[in-house]
Design a protein around this ligand. Structure first.
Ligand code: C2E
Ligand code: CA
Ligand code: CA
Length: 238
C-alpha cells in the first residue's frame, strides 16, 4: 500500500525538502545547508525518510527520487540567489545513485541548466555506500570531484569503516554520527572516539562536521576538541 502511494507521490512530484544549517564553529555563521527529503502522506501525515528512503531503495525508485531532489534543491538555490543569499548545499546520496553510470553527467547538466557553480554542491554518502563497490565508488567520486563537487562521508563511525580505504576515497570531510555526540558530555568513551576521529581527520586534511548537536555543552566540548563544523537542533531543526 505504501509502495503504491509512494509511486503516486513520485509521479506527482509530491516530495519536498527541508534544509538544516551546518554551522561554522569559529564564525558562528551558516556554512551550508543540508537538504533532507520530506513526504507528507495524504492520510498518514509525514512519513520518516528512514522509511520511505529504504522503500525507494528496495524498489529502485531512489534514482528517480534523487533526480527530483536534485532539481528541487537547484531551483531553491536559484531562488535564494535572487535574494542575495548564496548557500552551499549538501545532498544525501544513496548507493544506487552512486552506482548509476549517469550520475555525474546528470549533475553536471543540471548545474549548468541552473547556472550553479559546482563548488556550491556537496554530496553526502555513508561509508557502507562507498564500500559496496570500492573501485567503482572511487571512479565515480573522482569524476564528481573533477566537476568541482565536494564529498562528505555521512554517519562516520557507524558503517563498515575501513581506515585503509579512507586513504583512497577521494573525499573532503567526515560527518561524525550523532550517536557519538548524544552522550558526549557524560560518556568518556564517546569523548575519546570523537577526539580520535577529529585528530585523524586533521592529519588526513579532512574537515569534520559533528551531527546531532543539541546542547550548548556538547558544542563547547566539540569546540575544545577543535571540531570546525556543527549541525543540530541547537541551531535549527531541518
Ligand atoms: P542523515 O543524512 O544522517 O540526516 C540527519 C538526520 O538527523 C535527519 O533526520 C535530521 O532531521 C536529524 N537531526 C538533525 N539534527 C538533529 C539533532 O540535533 N538531534 C537529533 N536527534 N536528530 C537530528 P531525517 O530528516 O529524519 O532523515 C533521516 C535520514 O534519511 C537521513 O539521515 C538520510 O540518511 C535519509 N535521507 C533524508 N533525506 C534524504 C535524501 O534526500 N536522499 C537520501 N538518499 N537519503 C535521505
Ligand atoms: Ca546526511
Ligand atoms: Ca548523518
Amino acid at each position: 500500500r505504501l509502495e503504491k502511494d509512494f509511486r503516486e507521490a513520485l509521479h506527482h512530484h509530491h516530495f519536498t525538502l527541508a534544509y538544516q544549517p551546518i554551522m561554522d564553529v569559529k564564525t558562528g555563521k551558516v556554512a551550508k545547508l543540508e537538504a533532507l527529503a520530506r513526504w507528507k502522506h495524504p492520510e498518514r501525515g509525514y512519513i520518516s525518510p528512514e522509511i520511505f528512503i529504504a522503500l525507494a531503495e528496495e524498489n529502485s525508485m531512489i534514482v528517480e527520487l534523487g533526480n527530483q531532489i536534485l532539481e528541487m534543491a537547484c531551483k531553491q538555490w536559484c531562488k535564494w540567489r535572487k535574494l542575495g543569499l548564496e548557500f552551499k548545499l549538501a545532498l544525501n546520496l544513496s548507493a544506487q545513485q552512486l552506482a548509476h553510470p549517469d550520475l555525474s553527467e546528470r549533475i553536471k547538466t543540471t548545474l549548468e541548466h541552473y547556472d550553479i557553480p559546482p563548488h556550491f554542491l556537496e554530496l553526502e554518502l555513508t561509508e557502507t555506500t562507498a564500500m559496496l563497490n570500492v573501485e567503482a565508488s572511487v571512479m565515480q567520486l573522482k569524476s564528481l570531484r573533477n566537476l568541482g563537487l565536494e564529498i562528505a562521508i555521512d554517519d562516520f563511525g557507524t558503517g563498515y569503516s575501513s581506515l585503509h580505504y579512507l586513504k583512497h576515497l577521494p573525499i573532503d570531510r567526515l560527518k561524525i554520527d550523532q550517536s557519538f555526540i548524544r552522550d558526549l558530555t557524560e560518556n568518556e568513551q564517546d569523548g575519546t572516539i570523537v577526539s580520535t576521529i577529529i585528530s585523524m581527520a586533521q592529519h588526513l586534511k579532512l574537515e569534520v562536521i559533528a551531527e546531532g548537536v543539541e546542547t550548548q555543552e556538547q558544542k563547547n566540548v566539540l569546540r575544545k576538541k577543535q571540531c570546525t563544523h556543527v549541525q543540530g537542533y541547537l541551531y535549527s531543526p531541518p
